[in-house]
Design a protein. Structure first.
Length: 399
């Protein structure tokens, strides 16, 4: 595998490779065997229910051809089913199939399946190897890399109201290998593809500030390059998508290598990857919001909420005098060009949105933490941002 298709995530004894190319699932079994270097004979395949049959068949056949006895479990990729109940049922399935300590769990699908199966792998027998095989752009460039696993909690308040607290229970559990077969992106619809572009644009907005161990910027041109090629990504130009995934994984890998467990709360570290997400988390569970103003398209996907969040974070930064208004406008133009409607219809009042932002798990001591772009390519974390700046962020979605 050349360095064009391989990115190393450098985490001492938890280091691993991310392979990026078309057709990798055909050799999944060999890659798993080579990575784990064991004579293990069992493999647990957690499958995203939305995957085309031929993708599942390919992965399954490759594991069997390599000599694995495969136990399969299908998971529904919905935020409601990203739950402790589903993790519990996976743990029972693992025990029922007599899965042993060195036997791998292979997660095949989008971010939800990767998070749930990864969490089950972290918990089962206090940890078995997990191989992440992301099949969406979002999970290739973000969710599958970095070891965050977990589920949502359905929280009930004293009045009996329920809310979904995103990613509130989980574990850091680094994969043994990530295998990103960009051929699987061919089956994605436009909304799913543009949702992945949200995280790519996010990486572009912070990549100039991310350094390699030798202190070189990882990819300072990523934002401009991404913006320039959006049409080709959306028409599924595979070689270009492979380059997109590889460059984004390199940015994510460098951030994670510098701050694996998000402990660098000062100047940023892994927390920078939350750019746009504090705004996004306040709107993505609102069932009435639609990215096109057509109620049939409600609710927003996570990536669409992040796209709106990037616009809001840029506007907040502009109102604080930390970003040129022209840059903030450019971000909005790119997001609008991806088909997201402005104004965002049915957006609640700002005060209600600020209350929802406080439900984010990144809140510290009751104070909001916001990541803002400070010039194109660099970001900063700010604590307790002025309410006017947060309001300016939301107001950018109202016009
Ligand atoms: N998706 C943000 C992170 O991995 O830290």
């Amino acid at each position: 595998m050349t360095s064009d298709t391989l990115v190393r995530v450098d985490l001492a004894e938890r280091s691993y490779d991310v392979l990026v190319a078309s057709g990798l699932l055909d050799d999944l079994g060999t890659h798993v065997q080579h990575t784990l270097n064991t004579t293990t004979a069992r493999c647990f395949l957690a499958i995203d229910d939305g995957l085309p049959d031929n993708t599942v068949a390919k992965a399954n056949a490759s594991l069997r051809d390599a000599g694995y006895t495969v136990t399969r479990s299908r998971l529904r990729a919905s935020e409601r089913e990203k739950s402790l109940d589903v993790v519990g049922s996976l743990l029972h399935d693992l025990a029922a199939s007599r899965h042993e300590r060195r036997d791998p769990v292979v997660a095949l699908g989008g971010g939800i399946v990767g998070d749930v199966a990864g969490f089950a792998a972290a918990a089962y027998r206090r940890g078995v190897p997990v191989i992440q095989c992301p099949t969406t752009l979002l999970s290739m460039v973000d969710a599958s890399v970095g070891g965050k696993t977990g589920v949502n909690l359905l929280v009930r308040d004293g009045a009996g109201n329920e809310r979904l607290a995103k990613n509130m229970a989980g574990a850091f559990w680094q994969p043994a290998l990530v295998l990103a077969d960009v051929g699987t992106l061919r089956s994605l619809d436009d909304r799913t593809l543009r949702s992945g572009l949200a995280e790519c644009l996010k990486h572009g907005m912070l990549s100039a500030g991310v350094r390699t161990p030798t202190n070189d910027p990882v990819d300072p041109d990523l934002f401009d390059w991404t913006a320039e090629h959006i049409d080709r990504f959306m028409s599924c130009d595979e070689p270009l998508l492979a380059e997109l995934v590889r460059r984004n994984v390199a940015v994510k890998a460098a951030v994670v290598a510098g701050d694996e467990r998000e402990r660098n709360t000062g100047s940023g570290g892994r927390a920078l990857l939350n750019l746009g997400h504090t705004f996004a988390h306040a709107i993505e569970t609102l069932q009435e919001l639609s990215p096109t103003s057509n109620p049939d398209d409600s609710p927003l996907t996570h990536g669409e909420a992040v796209l709106y969040g990037l616009v809001a974070a840029s506007a907040a930064a502009a109102s604080l005098g930390r970003l040129d208004a022209a840059h903030a406008d450019r971000v909005k133009q790119i997001v609008a060009g991806l088909g997201l409607a402005f104004p965002l219809a049915s957006l609640p009042e700002t005060d209600a949105l600020i209350v929802r932002m406080h439900d984010d798990k990144k809140v510290a001591a009751g104070k909001l933490r916001l990541v803002i772009p400070v010039g194109m390519g660099s970001c900063e974390v700010i604590d307790a941002p002025p309410p006017d700046a947060v309001a300016a962020g939301w107001n950018a979605l109202r016009v």
